[in-house]
Ligand binder design. Structure first.
Ligand code: PLP
Length: 383
């Protein structure tokens, strides 16, 4: 394959070489972490070392980390009525990933959507009004609001939401799959009761994630059987995946010291595309955003035209819309923000990461500019 420029870290990040090495080593080990012999104890030690590293990425206690098969399973585990006798009602933001919007275990009748502003930030004033009806001793609210959106990068007001939710006697779950390792996250400071993480977005292996709990929070297991993960998630642990997750979390935590470098690359990208396409629209531009994400559209230019044209030019990005059964559907995130269809249908998501260099940005800007120019020329000739 010719030289490629990978700018789709929000879909998945490349595997870090240090992670690959650790995973390969772990694959060579025999022990089951539940076994009492030396091999088992070695596997247990590797799992617990990784658990501490993952906990440390989000300021949690190691014993509160439940390893899962990924972010999707962690969301499903979080979004069920918590263990106990009480009745719960679920509130979920309209811009959540489908893994939360459709993956939870609440009946649609007990689920309410939280609206977002035109900038793609949850309207917590509206949430406060919705939660007013919850009285002590009655149904309790379980609220799910992601830490940052996967399409626009808009960072959500978690701390403010936590206050509202706790005043109403509820619990707050946050899908932090895109935010973890990209902005500092501290569970206690944010007031989140449950946090979803996924290894492959931070350079770890695919198929491993975690639900991290605040102290004292209990969940109703999704997968029952053996007593693994403190009886909260049965099944022999994915030791190589967990070890790889731990290494990725440790490296991502170190990089948090220098997120401004990533933000500068993102700013250079946006400056560059504005110079080559004056009418480009950057979505959620005035909201606080992840340093690595830019969602852009040129009115009237279809996202698939851009994604395919960029791919042919050696650049990998995603459409901000979902492709299902061969038909492009407008993104539910952009729809919830009230973005006009001619912009929403053209939105492409460019997401940078630890391997992105200035050259990648230059290549993107030049390919994007060339494509827009060609499309304009073709449109003129056809007119
Ligand atoms: N939540 C968000 C915000 C995501 O972006 C993703 C993946 O794209 C997921 C959850 C699902 O995570 P996983 O792929 O580990 O199941």
């Amino acid at each position: 394959m010719n030289q490629r420029t990978y700018l789709d870290y929000n879909a998945t990040a490349p595997l870090r070489p240090e992670v690959r090495e650790a995973v390969v080593d772990a694959l060579g080990e025999t022990g089951n972490p539940s076994s009492v012999h030396a091999e088992g104890r070695a596997a247990r030690a590797a799992v617990e070392e990784a658990r501490a590293k993952v906990a440390s990425l989000v300021g949690a206690q190691a014993e509160d980390v439940i390893f899962t098969s990924g972010g999707t399973e962690a969301n499903a585990l979080a979004l069920g009525a918590p263990a106990g006798e009480e009745s719960w009602q679920c509130y979920i933001s309209a811009i959540e990933h489908p893994a939360a919007l459709s993956g939870g275990r609440f009946h649609p009748e007990t689920t309410t959507l939280i609206p977002v502003t035109a900038d793609g930030v949850a309207d917590i004033g509206a949430l406060a009004q919705m939660l007013e009806k919850h009285k002590p001793g009655g149904w309790r609210p379980l609220v799910s609001l992601m830490a940052a959106n996967n399409e626009t990068g808009a960072i959500q007001p978690l701390a403010g939401t936590a206050n509202i939710v706790h005043e109403a006697g509820g619990l707050l779950h946050s899908d932090a799959v895109q935010a973890a390792g990209r902005i500092p996250l501290d569970m206690t400071a944010l007031g989140a009761d449950m946090l979803t993480l996924s290894a492959h977005k931070i350079g770890g292996p695919k198929g491993i994630g975690a639900l991290v709990l605040a102290e004292g929070v209990r969940v109703e297991p999704l997968i029952k059987g053996g007593g693994q993960e403190g009886r909260r998630r049965a099944g022999t642990e994915n030791v190589p995946g967990i070890v790889g997750f731990g290494v990725a979390a440790e490296l991502a935590a170190k990089e948090l010291a220098d997120v401004t470098a990533l933000a500068s690359l993102r700013d250079a990208l946006e400056e560059g595309v504005r110079a080559v396409a004056a009418n480009v629209v950057i979505l959620s531009a005035s909201a606080p955003r992840l340093p690595n994400t830019s969602c852009m559209a040129v009115p009237g230019v279809k996202a698939e035209t851009l994604v395919i044209g960029l791919d042919l030019a050696g650049i990998a990005v995603s459409a901000g819309s979902a492709c299902s059964s061969g038909k492009m559907e407008a993104s539910h995130v952009l729809a919830a923000m009230g973005v006009a269809p001619e912009i929403a249908n053209g939105a492409v998501r460019v997401s940078l990461g630890f391997g992105t260099k200035n050259d990648d940005i230059q290549r993107y800007v030049s390919a994007f500019g060339g494509l827009i120019k060609r499309l304009k020329r073709n449109a003129k000739e056809a007119a």
